[in-house]
Design a protein around this ligand. Structure first.
Ligand code: PMP
Length: 360
């Protein structure tokens, strides 16, 4: 936390502990496995579309309705354009959703451990947050979610663990919580899970949130989106138009629409990441690591008896960045994003040496 506080700060920021993203240090000298970025470049379609844009048009505001991009997303999911909202990264879409659908004082619940930004938003927007503990193997317990709540948010696959729940599981939650809004954060769904997007027509209390940052390799362009019935989307537009009508710039709109059309490249890179994930998971298990069954572009690992923070620091000395969270219950785990095959081979060689040095 910053020690310097200004007397001009509002109580809202004085009292709020902000989210801390993974370090962004010089990529060329480090193997960066700490922010769940995609190791492959974005689709050439997207790169060319951005290159070919008429830059003189940048004098104009972008289309505040982002109609072309929303239409492409709607086509992709076989839904209507007015069932799609787009924003500046899914973090923004999440923040807007908390503002649009949750009331101050109400309990917002999520399985925990989870994406820590949910807790930041809850506190920042004066909501109360109730964590629903996972079981000892990091599974979400369905019955524990049948509680009174002012809103429920589930990352699927779950952030940190990569573990997934089925569509059937989600449908059970939706049925039991018909009076509150359920957000399913599908940031990592394209790495081996099934999206619950098909349920939005049946359940007016469902909002799906996704991102172009992971499977579409466009973290730098900042595009996230939400799928839900048109009244929910209208609610999000009300928030957006009360804060900033033009959250997506013209370049992002063009690049994202082009990326979405390049289905072959999308399949190619997501499959590569899945293959690499399965390969490294097997090798780490053989070495003695606990590895959660991840369906995301990262793995969550622990070596019994060896301090995870030490491993994190020794990897960093070898120019490999992974993510360590000093949080009770997970403080002996590391979250490792899936890089290219070559990067993961180097990661494996390094972590194997570190473990052997500890033992020796
Ligand atoms: N949800 C989850 C579960 C995440 O891990 C992330 C990435 N940190 C996000 C949302 C936000 O992604 P972005 O803002 O890049 O779309």
């Amino acid at each position: 936390m910053d020690l310097i506080k200004s007397k001009y700060w509002s109580n809202r920021i004085k009292d709020n502990e902000a989210y801390v993203p993974g370090e962004q240090i010089n990529e060329d000298t480090y193997i960066k496995l700490n922010a769940n970025e995609n190791p492959y470049p974005p689709s050439k379609n997207a790169q060319n579309a951005i290159q070919q844009m008429d830059k003189s048009k940048l004098r104009l505001y972008p289309d505040f309705g982002c109609h072309k991009l929303r239409t492409e997303i709607a086509k992709y999911y076989n839904i209507k354009t007015d069932e799609v909202f787009v924003g500046n990264g899914s973090d923004e879409v999440l923040a807007f959703s908390f503002l649009a659908f949750f009331n101050p004082g109400d309990y917002i619940c999520s399985p925990n451990v989870t994406y820590s930004f949910y807790i930041v938003y809850a506190s920042f927007f004066n909501l109360r947050y109730k964590p629903i503990p996972l079981d000892a193997d990091f599974n979400i317990v369905l019955n524990d979610l049948f509680i009174d709540n002012g809103g429920l948010i589930i990352a699927n696959p779950n952030a940190l663990t990569g573990k997934i729940v089925s569509i059937n599981f989600i449908e059970n939650i939706l049925k039991k919580n018909i009076n509150s809004l359920i957000i399913i954060d599908e940031a990592y769904i394209d790495f081996g899970g099934d999206s619950a997007a098909g349920l939005i027509k049946k359940y007016p209390n469902l909002l799906i949130i996704q991102t172009f940052s992971k499977s579409r390799s466009l973290a730098g362009l900042r595009i996230g989106f939400a799928l839900g019935n048109k009244d929910l989307i209208e609610g999000l537009n009300r928030v957006k138009n009360s804060i900033n009508s033009y959250t997506l710039d013209s370049i992002a709109i063009v690049g994202a629409a082009a990326a979405l059309k390049d289905k072959n490249y999308f399949k190619l890179i997501t499959n590569k990441i899945i293959d690499t994930r399965e390969k490294i998971s097997r090798k780490l298990k053989d070495l003695g690591f606990i590895v959660t069954d991840s369906k995301a572009n990262f793995i969550f690992i622990s070596y019994p008896g060896i301090n995870a923070k030490r491993i994190y620091m020794l990897l960093k000395e070898r120019k490999i960045l992974v993510r360590y969270f000093e949080v009770s219950g997970i403080d002996n785990f590391l979250r490792v994003s899936i890089g290219t095959n070559e990067q993961m081979e180097y990661f494996f060689k390094s972590i194997k040496e570190i473990i052997e040095n500890f033992k020796g």
